[in-house]
Design a binder for this molecule. Structure first.
Ligand code: TYD
Ligand code: MG
Length: 455
C-alpha cells in the first residue's frame, strides 16, 4: 500500500483502504460504504501514539509443556451472563456486546457492573451516549443506586486510559462507536477511530488484567457496525437479541475464546430491568395446552440446556396466484424444504395455501431437530387433525422423508417429562440411556406422523 499523507478512502464495512472514492467496495462488495477519512488510515497513527510503547526488539519465547495456571474466572453473580461467557469472566478478557438499539445492552451491563461492585470489585462505567444523570436515573429505576461504582460520561480514549491506570477491575465502554482517539483526524464512529480506540483499550486492559466490555452498535442487517476486525480483536462476541414486542431477551455468544459458543442466556425485561430466567423451558410454551390444529411442541436444545418451544403452523387458502410462505423464528429455506418433502413423500398438497410458521414467544430456533415438529404442525394445520395431547417431538427430516436421530435425546425427554408431557414422538434410531415415564412413539418416516394424528 502506498503511504499517503493526505486523505484516504476507507470502507466502513470491511475496513479496506482505497486511494479513490467508489460507490462499491471492491473487497466486500458493499455499496455506499466508502467514505473519506483524513490522515493515513492504512497505518493508523494512533496505534502507539497515545501511550508511547516500543518493544525491546527481543521476542520472549516460551515452551508448550510448562503448566500455566487455569484461568481464574470471576462470577458476575448474574447466572445467565456467567453461563454465556463460559462460567464467568476471565480477567483481561475483552467482550464485545452487540444488539439492536433499545434492546437492553446498557441495562444489562449496568446491572452486571453493579453486581461486580457489590463483590468488592472496582468498576468503571463510561458512557459516550448518556449523561451521568441519565445513568443515575437508570440505576435508580433498577434499584441499584446504592452501589459503589465509578461513572463517567466521556468519549475520549486518552481520558479513559488514564482512569484505567488508577486501578480498576472492570470497565464498560458504552459504546465503542462514540469513542475517539484525539490524534486521529477521522470522526468518531469511522473505521479508523473504532479500530484504534478498541485496540488501545484492549491493549491497556489486557496488560492490567482488567475485564473490558465494549458495547457495539449493529447495522440494519444485524451485524455489529464498523469493521469486521473489531470482532477479531476481542476475545468474546455476544449478541443481545429479542423481539421488541416480547419481553424476552436472549444473550448469545457467537465467539468465545474462553468457552463454548452454544450456550444462551435468557432474560426478561421487566419494569425493574432485566430478570434472569433460569428455567426457560416453560417460557416459550403457551399457557393454553389444549389441542389446536397446527400446534406442536418441539423439545429443543440450546447448548447444554433443553428448551421446549411451541411451533405454530397455519395453512390458509390463498387469494393470489403465488401462495405466501412466511416464517418467524425459523429458517425460511428449511420451511420450503419441509413443505417439499411433505408434498413429495406424503402426498400433501400445499399449493393452494398460504403457509405461516411461528416459533412462539419470540425465540429463534436453529436446530435441524425442529424439522419433525414443524412437519407435524404443517400437517396438522392442513388436515385439521391434532396431535395426541401433551406430546413433544424432535428429529431431523431428510429429503426422502426419513426421520433422523437428534443428539441428547435423554435430556430432551427428561425436560418434557418434568413439564408434564405424556408422549414423545421421536426418531426410531434415537439412543436412549434411561427409561422415563413418557410414552415413546418411534417413527422412521414423516408419513408415520399421519397415523398418530387424531381427529
Ligand atoms: P437500554 O439498555 O437503554 O438499551 P440499549 O442500550 O441496548 O440501547 O434499554 C432501553 C429499553 O429497555 C427501553 O426501551 C426501556 C426498557 N427498560 C425497561 O423496560 N425496564 C427497565 O428497568 C429499563 C432500565 C429499561
Ligand atoms: Mg444504550
Amino acid at each position: 500500500m502506498v503511504k499517503s499523507s493526505k486523505a484516504s478512502y476507507v470502507c466502513q464495512s470491511c475496513g479496506a483502504v482505497t486511494m479513490r472514492w467508489a460507490g462499491k467496495c471492491e473487497s466486500c462488495n458493499e455499496w455506499n460504504t466508502i467514505i473519506e477519512e483524513a490522515g493515513d488510515a492504512a497505518i493508523p497513527k494512533g496505534l502507539s501514539v497515545v501511550k508511547g510503547t516500543r518493544g525491546q526488539g527481543r521476542l520472549e519465547i516460551q515452551d508448550l509443556q510448562t503448566k500455566s495456571k487455569p484461568l481464574p474466572r470471576q462470577k458476575t453473580g448474574m447466572g445467565e451472563l456467567d453461563r454465556v461467557t463460559g462460567g464467568g469472566l476471565v480477567p483481561g478478557a475483552a467482550i464485545l456486546i452487540g444488539g439492536d438499539p433499545g434492546i437492553g445492552k446498557s441495562t444489562l451491563l449496568l446491572q452486571a457492573v453493579c453486581k461486580m461492585a457489590r463483590q468488592g470489585k472496582a468498576c468503571l462505567y463510561v458512557s459516550g451516549e448518556e449523561a451521568v444523570d441519565q445513568i443515575r436515573m437508570r440505576a435508580e429505576r433498577l434499584g441499584l443506586s446504592d452501589t459503589n461504582i465509578s461513572l463517567a460520561a466521556s468519549s475520549s480514549i486518552r481520558d479513559i486510559l488514564s482512569a484505567i491506570d488508577n486501578g480498576v477491575d472492570m470497565v464498560v465502554i458504552d459504546s465503542i462507536q462514540t469513542m475517539f482517539v484525539d490524534n486521529i483526524d477521522s470522526a468518531p464512529g469511522t473505521v479508523t477511530q473504532v479500530r484504534t480506540s478498541a485496540l488501545e483499550l484492549i491493549r491497556a486492559t489486557k496488560k492490567k488484567n482488567i475485564i473490558l466490555f465494549l458495547v457495539g452498535h449493529v447495522t440494519k442487517d444485524g451485524q455489529i457496525a464498523g469493521p469486521r476486525v473489531l470482532e477479531h480483536m476481542v476475545d468474546t462476541v455476544l449478541y443481545f437479541e429479542g423481539d421488541r414486542g416480547h419481553q424476552f431477551r436472549i444473550l448469545r455468544a457467537v465467539k468465545n475464546r474462553f468457552g463454548p459458543t452454544d450456550e444462551i442466556g435468557v432474560f426478561e425485561m421487566v419494569e425493574k430491568g432485566l430478570d434472569e430466567v433460569a428455567n426457560p423451558s416453560a417460557l416459550f410454551l403457551s399457557q393454553n395446552q389444549e389441542n389446536i390444529p397446527g400446534n406442536s411442541v418441539f423439545a429443543g436444545m440450546e447448548g447444554t440446556r433443553p428448551i421446549l418451544v411451541e411451533v405454530q403452523g397455519l395453512a390458509a387458502s390463498t387469494a393470489y396466484g403465488t401462495p405466501r410462505r412466511s416464517v418467524v423464528g425459523w429458517d425460511s429455506n428449511r420451511l420450503a424444504m419441509i413443505l417439499a418433502v411433505l408434498e413429495a413423500r406424503c402426498g400433501l398438497n400445499f399449493s393452494g395455501y398460504d403457509v405461516f410458521l411461528n416459533m412462539a414467544g419470540g425465540i429463534r430456533v436453529s436446530e435441524p431437530a425442529a424439522d419433525l415438529a414443524v412437519a407435524a404442525s404443517l400437517m396438522s394445520a392442513l388436515t385439521n387433525k391434532t396431535l395426541p395431547a401433551n406430546t413433544i417431538l424432535f428429529g431431523e427430516i431428510g429429503l426422502s422423508g426419513e426421520v433422523r436421530a437428534a443428539p441428547q435425546t435423554d435430556l430432551r425427554l427428561k425436560e418434557a417429562e418434568k413439564l408434564g408431557f405424556k408422549t414423545a414422538i421421536i426418531p426410531a434410531g434415537s439412543k436412549i440411556k434411561s427409561d422415563g415415564n413418557l410414552k415413546l412413539e418411534k417413527i422412521k418416516h414423516v408419513q408415520d406422523l399421519i397415523a398418530l394424528m387424531g381427529g
